[in-house]
Design a protein around this ligand. Structure first.
Ligand code: GLA
Length: 695
């Protein structure tokens, strides 16, 4: 519900458990008042201040909803622009608002220049998640040039320091978590590589005294796959503020007369404990952001050829793999890189999206038909935004890449990025993919993107410093158009693993490839970081033959880890023994039985591999009648692990049954959560998948 106190100009966004409150002061300025637990609505008011001293101005102390650059405000701003007469100061004054039960827009105008700024909010039934974004409008005759245009700013209530969780990842080590206690000054997480990338995450999680179940947790995630910035600060008065939006490190956007622009949205919330944060976001993104076609459908078990056959694919070998995949219960067979153009390795072929006639003399359809006859759907890898210099496409259109005329193009993985801000490039990519999907029975596309951008000053760009936004938008638009034309085809976002799986990507793609690192032990941390603010069902997780330092991991162990997301198989099945294949079949069968609980259930992180030696993650269905827990340990020290395992998320008064280590238990939810079941954890790569069902 949205409550508006017209007398005092207060806006209260009320969600089931929280209040988000801001207002307008006597000078017409926007003021942030509260975010967090609910208080009686009548108690909220704006506290009027004055300059502390000539060195500490009132504007610096303000908690503002959205802070313009200028005046005697010296802290971080959210919006900075230059008007046609070179004035670089914005003074916003309140105009009016528009609201209904679930949305609110509050409009401000510059006191002199033709700039309107609208702060937009939306709330959702049964959820504490709030959507925010900002609209700017040029209502005049001359252009306005923006140097910064963030989506939203947040001010936190406590004057004590908050600890921020973000990630400091890399290729193969995505979502590795960091904890930063911000006592003073600034902390910043961003991407400058053109897309979200593997390093930091476009979100903040700011907490005090928090664990999985308790403590104040404030969070917001930017739904945008381009260069982003999350900037947190704590001033000398103890106020912690965070701003999120398009990165301004290499940014400028010109708004012509009459034009308007909507920033990417931010989804934010306040919960008690990190566990509730994850569960709220998991439900919210699945219900409201994921493309509708597959949002409520359990994702199929897929097989992907990459780790088995690399670039060296051909019809006979893929059919052989497909036959074994079908036997063990795979539902979707995906051929990865290597099938097109002159692709023998990563030096050639990107851009030439026709099947290689030597590898597939009978065309793609012979393979697709064989896969379909085996009872599986067929999927294909493609990297639409890229081109190799050694390709027909590049030879025909070298001007289609991001480049500078008098500079050598920087290649990474021997490839260049296509300038997707060009209409002809967008048309080429859409038509190529549309034709592939029209001609062949392809039910799944793995859309890859394997390098950061460079030389992004293409001559055709009017706003070169908007390339990241425009490129990202073009990708989203093409994916949307393809989905409209081919509603039966799911599309996965991959960027050398998890380089583009923010909430922006997940508003258009159905799922994401989490990481090229498929080592089961490493995956425990990678998957944990991924699923903090993203839905479990979008997290593709494969069982492979990877031989890192953590080898040998048993096949059952690898399954126990991969089954905690959307299960896939990526090993070379033609080398598997009949015993191995039986293990695969058994686990895939089990996964099909539990996947609705995993993909749609509430996640409870109960024990952590890094801090507890043992990992215990439990998923509980919405009605609390079914649950599955994954207990894994690489090996425990000192033989001390005869420990009681306490479960989570169950109904205290319901009786449940579970069979575990040869023993069947019938216990109340209260007992299972508070007393627990004693477990003997011994040996290397211990793993158990425990089914808990209401009696
Ligand atoms: C990227 C992806 C991999 C695989 C290769 C193919 O690295 O993340 O899964 O598709 O490209 O070249």
């Amino acid at each position: 519900m949205i409550k508006i106190n017209k007398e005092n100009y207060l806006f209260i966004l009320e969600t089931p458990n929280t209040h988000y409150v801001f207002g307008i002061d006597d000078a017409g300025c926007n003021r942030h008042i509260h975010w967090g637990r609910k208080c009686p609505a009548d108690d909220y008011s704006i506290c009027i201040g004055s300059d502390e001293s000539s060195n500490n101005t009132m504007l610096d102390e303000y908690k503002q909803e959205y802070t313009p650059f200028g005046l005697t405000m010296y802290r971080e701003c959210d919006i900075k622009a230059q008007f046609s007469d070179q004035c670089r100061e914005i003074q916003l004054a309140y105009c009016d608002y528009a609201a209904d039960d679930s949305s609110l827009s509050v409009r401000f105008k510059d006191t002199h220049y033709p700039l309107e700024v609208v702060l937009n909010y939306r709330i959702f039934p049964h959820s504490d998640i709030i959507q925010r974004w900002t609209t700017v409008r040029n209502t005049g005759e001359t252009e306005i040039r923006f140097e910064r245009l963030f989506s939203a700013q947040f001010s936190l209530p406590s004057t004590k320091p908050y600890t921020f969780r973000n990630t400091n990842g890399a290729w193969g080590g995505e979502f590795v978590e960091t904890a930063t206690r911000l006592e003073g000054g600034y902390a910043m997480w961003d991407s400058r590589k053109g897309a979200t990338n593997h390093g930091h995450s476009p979100h903040f999680i700011a907490a005090q005294n928090a664990d999985e179940n308790t403590g104040d947790v404030y969070f917001a995630s930017l739904a945008y796959s381009g260069n982003f910035k999350v900037s947190a600060s704590r001033d000398s008065f103890g106020i912690t503020r965070i701003a999120l939006g398009m990165n301004d490190f290499d940014f400028s956007h010109t708004l012509l007369a009459g034009e308007s622009f909507d920033t990417p949205p931010v989804y934010c919330g306040y919960t008690q404990g990190y566990g509730e944060m994850t569960r709220q976001m998991n439900r919210f993104v699945t219900e409201h952001l994921l493309p509708k076609q597959f949002a409520q459908t359990p994702l199929p078990v897929l097989y992907n050829s990459w780790e088995a056959t690399g670039f060296d694919v051909n019809e006979a070998q893929q059919i052989e793999l497909a036959k074994i995949a079908a036997q063990i219960g795979v539902e979707l067979f995906v051929m990865d890189d290597g099938w097109f153009g002159q692709r023998k390795d990563d030096h050639a072929g990107l851009g030439d999206w026709y099947v290689n006639p030597e590898k597939f003399p009978n065309g793609l359809d012979a393979l697709i038909q064989a896969v379909n006859e085996l009872g599986m759907d067929f999927g294909l890898w493609i990297e639409p935004e890229m081109v190799n210099k050694d390709s027909d496409l590049y030879r025909a259109h070298p001007e289609w890449t991001y480049h500078y005329r008098h500079r050598d193009a920087c290649e990474l993985r021997n490839q260049l990025v296509l300038n997707m801000t060009r209409k002809d490039v967008q048309d080429y990519i859409f038509t190529t993919l549309d034709t592939l999907l029209t001609k062949h029975n392809i039910k799944y596309i793995k859309w890859d993107m394997n390098r950061p951008f460079s030389q992004t000053g293409a001559e055709n760009l009017e706003d070169p410093k908007m390339y990241s936004y425009l490129h990202t938008k073009a990708v989203y638009d093409i994916v949307d158009k393809l989905k409209e034309r081919h509603p039966g085809t799911a599309i996965e976002s991959c960027a050398s693993g998890g380089g583009r799986c923010d909430l922006g990507a997940l508003s258009h793609f159905d799922q994401a490839w989490t990481s090229d690192n498929t080592d089961a032990i490493d995956r425990l941390a990678i998957q944990k970081g991924y699923a903090l603010l993203r839905p479990t069902k979008t997290m593709r997780a494969w069982v492979t033959d990877i031989s890192g330092i953590n080898k040998p991991c048993s096949l059952d162990f690898r399954f126990a880890v991969a089954m905690q997301g959307a299960l896939g198989i990526g090993g070379n099945l033609s080398h598997y023994s009949s015993t191995d294949l039986e293990i695969c079949k058994k686990n895939i069968g089990l996964y099909k039985q539990i996947r609705s609980i995993v993909q749609f259930g509430d996640l409870y992180r109960l024990l952590d591999h890094d801090t507890d030696e043992v990992s215990l993650n439990q998923y509980v269905s919405a009605d609390k009648k079914e649950s599955v827990a994954f207990l894994t340990a690489r090996g425990t020290r000192f033989y001390k692990k005869k420990i009681p395992i306490c479960f989570g998320g169950l109904d205290e008064n319901t009786r449940y049954t579970l069979t575990f280590q040869g023993q069947t238990y019938k216990k109340s939810g209260a007992y299972l959560m508070n007393v627990g079941i004693a477990v003997h954890i011994r040996g290397a790569y211990y793993n158990e998948v425990i089914l808990i069902q209401a009696l």
